[in-house]
Design a binder for this molecule. Structure first.
Ligand SMILES: [Zn+2]
Length: 129
């Protein structure tokens, strides 16, 4: 068996430039979060990380940077679960048409739907401390 090596997480220190980009989530008092942002594959997002944004189709984990993210206006805490195609929420319904593996990063978000994401897609997170 030749198991593909998962792409390592790429971490970015929260410097002044990054702080300005994510002022709402970085500057707020969130003591449970550490000082690093990370770009990881969706299926490698750790529970407890704050999900800040995703990337356009075609962007790989290797290419993704904090500045290139499509940021969520309402970041949420990741609680990954297997994608449930039987779920009737708007997020899961849309994901039924996708090819390839899908992971649900959270079932409780500010927009009252799950957030299913292609398993290999890059996701920008702020890691738990
Ligand atoms: Zn759902």
């Amino acid at each position: 068996m030749n198991t593909p090596t998962p792409a390592p997480a790429r971490t970015f220190v929260v410097d002044a430039e990054t702080r300005a980009l994510f002022e709402d989530v970085v500057a707020k008092d969130r003591p449970q979060l550490g000082d690093a942002l990370a770009v990881v594959r969706a299926d490698a997002v750790p529970a407890g990380a704050l999900v800040l944004g995703c990337y356009p189709d075609g962007v790989s984990v290797e290419d993704a940077t904090p500045a290139g993210a499509i940021t969520h206006s309402d970041p949420y805490t990741a609680a990954p679960v297997p994608y449930d195609p039987a779920c009737d929420c708007v997020g899961c319904t849309e994901a039924r048409g996708w090819s390839g593996p899908v992971i649900t990063l959270a079932t409780e978000t500010m927009w009252e739907a799950c957030d299913p994401v292609p398993a290999a897609a890059p996701v920008l997170v702020r890691l738990a401390a």
